[in-house]
Design a protein around this ligand. Structure first.
Ligand code: FAD
Ligand code: HEM
Length: 365
């Protein structure tokens, strides 16, 4: 019923989102301050996210931990338990408004029931969390490594515990207040608690271009609790292959740094690809690691730089040329298309999917 009813309004999504927010802010103006200053319906994260969550509720157990995590994460938006009812009500009203006469009381009930299950899981996740909702961190270094790539380091005011390979949500109150995006931590946990990020400014991207072009040493940013499961299994004895596209190197670098602390026995291969040599922004440091640790090898490739002396082509194709890879653990990170192409290559190479962990920075469609 959820899918059937959604099909009645799917093509009016932007209008539904507009109505949803207008309705919610009219009845509860105090909620406006939770949302970004510039609301862009095409980028409306909340409505799309709720619809996806509700529609995937066929297997509630499977989504339990995701929804609990989402609820925990919503503490950074200052969401309170009483807000859930307001959002749920506005959502159903907006759908009813645009569905026309085909909408029914049964549809109303189906959405209300599904929303209630999701909200209660999110709320219980939020209640159980003992961490602060977010951490303030001061920018202590900021370096432009390429036209649209920056590497910067922050010092959290309170320690923020994370595992190598995880990512955190980042917001810069001075430049883009209340706009949060996720970025991978590019280092293993350090004694001084500093955290490094590698960010590429994407096309019309709001947060990434602010972080690359406008962030300055001394700025205070906010970070939310670490997430993600692209972490190392210390018990595995298999050799490891890391495949990174562009700033997809960030979590790979973190995992590599962790390996340098204990690895003696596993061969580790890093495949690092970008469009041109300028975008291989961290190569000197990777080469330094490879010179120091005999178990580490680094292969670089450019897809759009014919005179580059390393490999030519997409990194997913380059990996295939170096196989066979059927005995290895894999970690893949980069843009959606890069991750998708790499997973396809690995499937063709008969790599069991259970041995592959990946983080996709954008849609894989
Ligand atoms: C788990 C995870 C970890 C991430 N880690 C990093 C990281 O370490 N470094 C990093 O630079 N980014 C990382 N990202 C991507 C980051 O979260 C943002 O999506 C990205 O910076 C764009 O945000 P924005 O606000 O600038 O763009 P938005 O305003 O959100 O989007 C602008 C447009 O660009 C498109 N777009 C978004 N990302 C990309 C992309 N990668 N390539 C092409 N088009 C894109 C969007 O579809 C949209 O149309 C990560 C994403 C995820 C999900
Ligand atoms: C079923 C309930 C809900 C679901 C499934 C849900 C899901 C999501 C998801 C997945 C995101 C994007 C995550 C991100 O950008 O970090 C999001 C963003 C957000 N949510 Fe929720 N949410 C729910 C309820 C609420 C409620 C009750 C509020 C309170 C008003 C709220 C406020 C926000 C805000 C402020 C954002 C950021 C919006 C933006 O950046 O454009 N959410 N939500």
């Amino acid at each position: 019923m959820l899918k059937e009813s959604w099909s009645l309004i799917e093509e009016h999504q932007e209008k539904v989102a507009g109505y949803f927010y207008a309705r919610m802010f009219l009845s509860h103006p105090e909620l406006r301050d939770l949302f970004p200053v510039h609301m862009d319906m095409q980028r409306s994260r909340l409505l799309g996210a709720i619809v996806t969550a509700v529609q995937t509720l066929e297997d509630p157990e499977k989504f339990d931990s995701y929804l609990r995590g989402l609820g925990r994460d919503h503490r950074k938006f200052h969401v309170e338990p009483e807000h859930y009812e307001v959002v749920g009500g506005a959502l159903i009203e907006a759908m009813r408004q645009y569905a026309g006469e085909s909408w029914s009381v049964e549809y109303d009930q189906a959405w209300a029931d599904a929303y209630a299950v999701i909200a209660s899981k999110m709320l219980s996740g939020a209640e159980a969390d003992t961490n602060p909702p977010y951490w303030y961190a001061e920018v202590v270094a900021h370096e432009r490594r390429a036209q649209d790539i920056a590497v910067f380091t922050v010092q959290p005011l309170q320690p923020l515990e994370f595992r190598a390979g995880q990512y955190v949500s980042v917001e810069c109150p001075r430049i883009q207040p209340r706009l949060w995006r996720t970025y991978s931590v590019a280092n293993a946990p350090r004694r001084d608690n500093t955290i490094e990020f590698h960010v590429r400014a994407v096309g019309a991207g709001w947060v990434s271009s602010a972080l690359v072009r406008r962030l300055e040493v001394g700025d205070m940013i906010r970070l939310a609790a670490p997430m993600g499961s692209m972490t190392l299994d210390r018990r595995s004895t298999r050799d490891t292959v890391f495949i990174a596209g562009g700033t997809g190197l960030a979590p790979i670098k973190s995992l590599l740094e962790e390996l340098t602390r204990y690895n003696r026995t596993r061969w580790v291969h890093v495949f690092f690809g970008a469009r041109n040599r300028e975008d291989l922004y961290d190569l000197p440091d990777l080469n330094r690691l490879a010179a120091r640790y005999p178990w580490l090898s680094v292969v670089t490739a450019c897809s759009d730089d014919p005179t580059f002396p390393g490999e030519q082509g997409q990194i997913s194709d380059v990996v295939a040329r170096y196989g066979p890879w059927n005995e290895h653990d894999f970690f893949v990170s980069g843009s959606g298309p890069m991750v998708k192409a790499t997973l396809k290559t690995l499937a063709e190479q008969q790599v069991p999917s259970i041995r592959i962990k990946y983080d996709s920075f954008s849609e894989m469609a």
